[in-house]
Write a protein that binds this ligand. Sequence first.
Ligand code: F6R
Length: 241
Amino acid sequence: MRIIKGTTYEDMSRKAADVLAAQVLLKPNSVLGLATGSTPIGLYKSLIERYNNGELDFSAVRTVNLDEYRGLPADNDQSYNYFMHHNLFDHINIKPENTHLPNGLETDAEKECARYDAVIAAQGGVDVQLLGIGHNGHIGFNEPADHFPTGTHLVDLQQSTIEANKRFFASIDDVPRQAYTMGIRTIMSAKCILLVASGKDKAEIVKKSFFGPVTPQVPASILQLHPNVILAGDADALSLI
Ligand code: F6R
């Protein structure tokens, strides 16, 4: 594992964006695995700045997102599809047809999971998978469990995740209870994994995930077994390691 330390959130975001920028420069048709949540927003801003400065070209880049709430249409401002457009896709020259997310409106879970796994496979594998980390160690929406889930699947969100996400909704009752997510096998199949973490509240789980036992009770701990992981954190998130 390599650790990139930023002094602040902005510094960490810039340094983490360097990794994705280098990937796109070296391989213009890279497949980027993307994440939502608050942590990657600074990284996306930094990529947009570089695009605006003429440093990056996304015209051949393809993306697959980690997850999507079930039940929210793409134009709902809390859907992950909307988030990606608002925070990245609408500000760079990526082709809409090259961006992929699970379809939150598909009610047939088996069908949607098989479709999304096929979409990921058709890209030929993810070059760099960006991840955030939940307070319980979730990556994507792979919540603590008795086993590591494999491919794309439908999950019931844990109460702690619903609580953490309620800040984005009018009330806790509006937070969706289920989501489609890439599984651990899919995440671990990426050639490189870049996990971004920010804030004191993430320090404990960062330590547990990267220096504690590998267990499905802490899903991110599986990353210890990946040969090419980069942990990018600000000083607060890395304060216990
Ligand atoms: C988002 C995702 C989640 C978040 C995690 C951390 O696509 O898959 O696992 O990365 O919940 O979220 P933030 O960054 O908001 O703390």
